[in-house]
Design a protein around this ligand. Sequence first.
Ligand code: GDP
Length: 621
Amino acid sequence: MLDFVVIFTKGGVVLWHSNASGSSFASCINSLIRGVILEERNTEAKYFEEDHLAVQFKLDNELDLVYAAIFQKVIKLNYLDGFLTEMQSAFKDKYGGIPAAERLGGDYDFDREYRRVLSAAEEASAKQVKAPKAMRSYNESQKSKKTVASMIQDDKKPAEKRVNIQESPSPPSKSSEAAGGASMDDIIRENRRKLREKLTPTKKTSPGDQKPSKAAATEKAGKKPRVWDLGGSSKDAINLDRSKDTPEDVQYQNINSELVGTMQGVIRDLDVESEDEADEQDEEESSEEEQQELQSRKSKRGGLLSYFKGIVGAKTMTLADLQPALEKMRDHLISKNVATEIAAKLCDSVATSLDGKQMGTFDSIASQVKEALTQSLVRILSPKRRIDIIRDALESKRNGRPYTIIFCGVNGVGKSTNLAKICFWLIENDFNVLIAACDTFRAGAVEQLRTHTRHLNALHPAAKHDGRTMVQLYEKGYGKDAAGIAMEAIKFAHDTRVDVVLVDTAGRMQDNEPLMRSLSKLIKVNNPDLVLFVGEALVGNEAVDQLVKFNQSLADYSSNENPHIIDGIVLTKFDTIDDKVGAAISMTYITGQPIVFVGTGQTYADLKAINVNAVVNSLMK
Ligand code: GDP
């Protein structure tokens, strides 16, 4: 069974190929061209292997063409020599008159001839297998010559039998045995069908297709939620909902046991659809008539052939070549909510990295741009330094001082809610926490934290922690100096041996100079271990402005030689954005700092670590 047949020039330009799933064999053909044809190495062997594939090829030195047949190397096809010779003469008959200069531009409709040559070759080969052997008489048979002694010796030499097994096209299947009286034809047909089933790649076989099948498999198996290094499994997270154990008189406003532990807003694994793939999908869903139209559309545009046509071996990419693909990519990133400025910068850097680079024979500019961009996105999202809160908090504890985190950001992004989630996570890791209520501005801010403190203590009562109260609230009401309250809170934590202090601050607009000054002062005088910027995943271009100005203000108003600016990001409301995950890129690009936590809902368990590959896949979809 042949997987793919292709006719190309010795320089690597494809003139014709047998089916649309050719791109999955591109790597093998590329290797053949680079490693054998271009270097004129080992061309006499006319056989080449890569991974599980084998290529038998024929060179036509008169027309400077190569005829190649690709198949799974585990199978033996004895008709290939003859088949390739027939292909060559049929192609020559039809197109041999075209002058070499015009050959590359031609449109080669060779499907009918290919089918004819192939079925003739397959038929001839089947006949060889089928040719009935004349029955030998008993006297002619080996058996008649055997003595009892020779039979006993034969038992010790099973080699003869093994040879026979290897020679047969495939071992008889149970079903054919069961069929008993099935003819040789039936057996061959059945064996072929099975081999085809086993070896034929599923319908979508282009490189981009590998992902959907994986995604489908993952989807079937169910998404595995992100597991914190020290935070236990997500199953634990469900178990962590102790609200059921709590006394009935405790008022729960925010904890809904049904919601706890369900991981919402998981980024789906995504694939990149090409035009051909889109057509394939259309094909699946369309009626017969529509399919015919699709087919003719495909053949008009040359199907995959048109994809191959623009591809010439060893081409050097120029900015002009790259521009259309880069523009598409930029628009795509913007549609995923990446800030316009960042999308443009990313594409510029991809252009710089690809300009002047040599392309492989079967590479397309779009795939090169996509690959370079993917790498660059992974780099941006991968933290240059790891923020390990658990490790650092343990270290602080050993040194007898509380580990301090200050949360900042604009109004309503989820500072208090996610502070409470982080508090929950810390308690789960056996740290006790002091929440400093330093939003002395917004009415209700202190009460909100008071409610969280009560809920968290109900979930983790002191009785279950050797009498330690796991969360306390340090509050001084409204209108007071936030920096002063934070300082008192940290001192209180130090004196009473609290492990971690979480400082909530008032939401503020990045342009509000007095409020930005006071945030800078709060950070300067309290010298926290970590400053986390809380930002919504919903934000688009605004993300850039917020982060640039927060960082700028923290630096400008600090009057410190080494001002403490933003160390990391809490990306909230990730459950509400579907696949528009661009804010993650904008925020990390601007700050160069990692996303430490991702908020994925409104319960204490809805806190995750970022999954870089999933975000990048989602962006590239
Ligand atoms: P703050 O003003 O920044 O302190 O924001 P809040 O903590 O009061 O949160 C504002 C709103 O956002 C509340 O209704 C929260 O329940 C909601 N919220 C916070 N984080 C998330 C999240 O990760 N997902 C969703 N869907 N809502 C969130």
